[in-house]
Design a protein around this ligand. Sequence first.
Ligand SMILES: Nc1ncnc2c1ncn2[C@@H]1O[C@H](COP(=O)(O)OP(=O)(O)OP(=O)(O)O)[C@@H](O)[C@H]1O
Ligand SMILES: O=P(O)(O)OC[C@H]1O[C@H](OP(=O)(O)OP(=O)(O)O)[C@H](O)[C@@H]1O
Ligand SMILES: O=C(O)c1cccnc1
Length: 480
Amino acid sequence: MLTDDSLALHTDAYQINMIYTYWKQGIDQTPVVFEAYFRKMPFHSGYAIFGGLERIIKTLQKLHFSNDDIVYLNSLKLYDNEFLTYLKNWRLQSTIRAAREGEVMFNNEPLLQVDGPLIDAQLLETLLLNVINFQTLIATKAARIASVTAGQPLLEFGTRRAQELDAALWGTRAAFIAGFDATSNVRAGKLFNIPIAGTHAHALVQAYGNDYDAFHAYATTHKNVVFLVDTFDTLKSGVPNAIKVAKEFGDKINFQGVRIDSGDMAYLSKEIRKSLDKAGFPHAKIYASNDLDENTILNLKIQGAKIDVWGIGTKLITAYDQPALGAVYKMVSINGNNTIKLSNNVGKISTPGKKQIWRITDRKDGKSEGDYLTFYGEDPNNSDSLDMFDPNHPVISKTVRDFVAKPILHDIFVNGQLVYDLPDVFAIKEFSKRSLGSLWDEYKRILNPQTYPVDLAQDLYDAKINLIHKIRKDIMEMDR
Ligand SMILES: Nc1ncnc2c1ncn2[C@@H]1O[C@H](COP(=O)(O)OP(=O)(O)OP(=O)(O)O)[C@@H](O)[C@H]1O
Ligand SMILES: O=P(O)(O)OC[C@H]1O[C@H](OP(=O)(O)OP(=O)(O)O)[C@H](O)[C@@H]1O
Ligand SMILES: O=C(O)c1cccnc1
């Protein structure tokens, strides 16, 4: 039995097969640059929140082929022993740049860039995409949910519905950095220092056979209590018994409120609010859960629902309405030469060259004018004015003056060595909030947001067009 002691084989077989070819042919150390990006905004959102960096850093720091990895590869009888020794000695050599975790990002701009030997870039692709695709998706969904609750507490309840253990754990961390306040996952609390929170389940009421006995037992054993009131009949039994127990225990407990998990939550919450107020508990909160997301929450608010705390599981943790971000990872440079992936679908043509993203912000109000992609090493801050144009419709353009250009990609590893100080989750959360704050509201609305400009510098645009023409011409000549 081989042990699960490394993540080097958490990759697709084709990566190892390509690496074998590169190594056999002596091109495995060729300098290349690959970039990871997504092509379409998830959930038709006006922005995305970058997630996954911490997990990537922690994984890459210790990435190596273990003895058991080598034993397994050897058992496949596909590779030379010498190649397996080469893999055994492999260590990360690349420079890796990425957006900071929690950063607001858009389609068709690099979230992360691997700048190093071909073997590294190829070996890391699958793992990087696996992490970025999921965590960015969940962070974005969480930010959308947080955008409609206007600061009301958001509790993450998704573990039981998530796509297995890793998704629950890292998904709840992604949700936390993008706006959630606490999680029901106790392990996430332990590992990430995220606040944990929770109420109780229907099972408690079933265990005692009725609401009163269940709430009484819970109040006897806990100081802070939220009673789940919908097990049998919310208005006839759950709420009156919650109030009865709260009155009986008085100061002995901190009666935080009640939770509803079924039925018409607009109607029920209004009725419950009246009962709680009348009984002298105006500060008791109404918690709600049951397949909620940003759309149902918005709708409940329109109906005047009196809900104070939102518990969100399934639709957040599974990214129910869009289960894949679709981020890809493409080679943009080899041996210092720009390279491109062509497609009949214009939207799928990659942008060549090692790049930097600059967030162009107005010096006066700090709001973002758009993102501006340059070749790495160019700095728009050296210009007084910038001509920004839509690369898909170059006639749509604007000239920006009095701006500050902030680089979005930062060095994470340089020549294989970690150079980045990992912020804690609270700092990441705060950073994400600030980053979102620099966007105009028009990009942040839930429905039909404005499209945020992601523009190319003129020389980058020209290089892309010229490369497309050159490749098409070369192919036509070969065809003759
Ligand atoms: N007033 C409301 N307006 C819009 N959606 C609502 C409202 N109340 C509840 N919902 C949402 O409607 C969906 C289904 O609720 P429904 O009442 O059919 O199921 P349920 O109460 O969970 O049923 P069950 O009693 O079998 O558990 C849930 O996603 C819930 O969040
Ligand atoms: O609805 P979600 O957004 O997915 O939130 C998580 C759900 O998990 C629990 O239900 P479940 O029926 O699993 O357990 P219970 O017996 O405690 O209600 C809870 O009551 C929520 O409804
Ligand atoms: O604490 C809760 O209320 C809770 C936790 C997990 C799932 N649903 C609800």
